[in-house]
Write a protein that binds this ligand. Structure first.
Ligand code: BG6
Length: 478
């Protein structure tokens, strides 16, 4: 195996999916706090206010807020040397636009970060992971309002300064490419205003609004990258792209062309701007031709150029096919769906498992950008069964991860400068897509059900010891 010395091995989480404590110590309401539990076929409902008798999974989640010491100890036991988490913006600025931060919120993250370091992990922090404060949604309609750029910068400056000596790795926005769909070939749930961080009300129907909000968020991201480098020149700051790797369903030139356009819009556009600092030709032309090119205010172009990222960080779970044949079989996917690949098997949630696609992706990204790469999400959501003796035999998860780790190894051999791997959900947590607990990713089982019942006890799955050994041997013993 070829994993370089010092390779970062760990797991990834998001505040709203595992912290709970949604109203504690002054935290304000954020978008996910108003989302109910759904399922494979039932979308999550977004309610205008917290309704009586409705279960909102983010409120308690798996209660990391009160279990962080115990959980971090378990991550340390697995030999993690990196841990990805997000900071909940509304813990720091409850409404999103206060002038002064909430000290209790900062203190919580002081404690978590110290605990991580004590247990041998370097923190990797996402500043915004689908958890916009509701104050920003209500007063500003999210990133459609340019004033939100400075609110985000104020928040980022506060936490980057506070943790500058303890945190080296940062990500600005999680999967901000969800709304970058140019042609609408696939069903993308993420451009719904309440699904992700960037896209305001009306964004789904109105492309102009959508791409303007995305532009404002890209400017905010670039400003924060530049600011981060001023706060500490050693910071490594990344983008976070939901990399939906795709293939033409057939070699028919129409399918090949359509797939290319999907790749250049949804999958590559946002990363291209964040890595290269300019709008790429294909998407710039698309936006101009449709007369929806976003308003660039004076200085925006220079800001994008000055705030390019240090690493290309991305999620990879599954792949889809693209075709002009509307009747081709469908498959599910990460906040979106696509056409099924007849050569691949899918999980219970319809995500098609494709480790070779990860090797393909790493080779492609290295050649395109030539900067360090990090896989910051990858994993298998499965309805694990807790047996009477409290064990969980998750060999399917071990198989999934082994195949993806082999794919990373092979890509490194072919030149990919891959510096780390944080698999998604090292401890079971709430699904972003469906709000379920039943869709489990962890090495650690949490006794918590879709309806909020459960003891919250933690149990090690079979994969726990397996991953521990993978890390101890730096990827050799898989
Ligand atoms: C990514 C998100 O899209 O996929 C995570 O960044 C999310 O927040 C993960 O949890 C897996 O998706 P799901 O819907 O299975 O939770």
């Amino acid at each position: 195996m070829t994993f370089p010395k010092g390779f970062l091995w760990g797991g990834a989480t998001a505040a709203n999916q595992f912290e709970g404590g949604y109203a504690e110590d002054g935290r304000g309401l954020a978008v996910p706090d108003l989302k109910t539990v759904g399922g494979v076929k039932t979308p999550r409902r977004f309610t205008a206010t917290v309704e009586d008798g409705v279960y909102y999974p983010s409120h308690k989640a798996i209660d990391f807020y009160h279990h962080y010491k115990e959980d971090i100890k378990l991550f340390g036991e697995m030999n993690f040397n990196v841990f990805r988490m997000s900071i909940a913006w509304s813990r720091i600025f409850p409404q999103g636009d206060e002038l002064e931060p909430n000290e209790a919120g900062l203190k919580f993250y002081d404690d978590v970060i110290d605990e991580l370091i004590k247990n041998g992990m370097t923190p990797l922090i996402t500043l915004s992971h689908f958890e916009l404060p509701m104050g920003i949604v209500e007063k500003y309609n999210g990133f459609s309002d340019r004033r939100v750029i400075d609110l985000f910068v104020r928040y980022a400056k506060t936490v980057m300064t506070r943790y500058s000596s303890k945190v080296k790795y940062w990500i600005t926005f999680n999967e901000m490419n969800f709304g970058a769909m140019a042609h609408g070939e696939l069903t993308v749930l993420g451009m719904n205003p309440h699904d992700t961080t960037i896209y305001p009300d009306g964004a789904k129907e109105n492309e102009k609004v959508r791409f303007q909000a995305l532009h404002n968020a890209l400017v905010a991201s670039a400003k924060v990258v530049k600011l981060g480098h001023e706060i500490n020149p050693d910071f490594m700051i990344g983008c976070m792209i939901c990399h939906i790797t795709s293939y033409p369903l057939t070699p028919k030139p129409e399918d090949v062309l359509k797939r290319k356009e999907f790749d250049l819009s949804f999958t590559k556009f946002v990363g291209d701007v964040q890595v290269r600092g300019v709008y790429p030709t294909y998407m710039a032309t698309y936006l101009k031709n449709k007369d929806i090119f976003p308003v660039f205010e004076a200085g925006d172009a220079a800001i994008l150029q000055a705030g390019t990222v240090d690493m290309y960080t991305f999620s990879y779970y599954m792949t889809v096919c693209v075709t002009t044949d509307d009747d081709a079989a469908e498959t599910g996917g990460n906040l979106m769906g696509g056409k099924a690949n007849p050569y691949l098997k899918a999980s219970e949630w319809g995500w098609q498992v494709d480790p070779i696609g990860l090797e393909y992706t790493l080779i492609d990204l290295q050649d395109r950008y030539d900067i360090p790469l990090m896989v910051v999400e990858n994993g298998l959501g499965f309805a694990d069964e807790l047996k009477a003796d409290k064990t969980i035999e998750d060999d399917y998860r071990i198989d999934y991860m082994r195949d993806h780790i082999k794919a990373m190894d092979s890509a490194i051999e072919k030149g990919a400068n891959l510096i780390g791997y944080t698999m998604w959900g090292p401890i079971d947590l709430v699904s972003a897509g469906t709000g379920e607990m039943k869709k489990r990713y962890g090495f650690i089982y949490v006794d918590m059900n879709n309806d909020g019942s459960g003891s919250l006890n933690r149990y090690k799955k079979k994969s726990f010891d397996w991953y521990k050994e993978v890390i101890a041997s730096n990827g050799k013993n898989i």
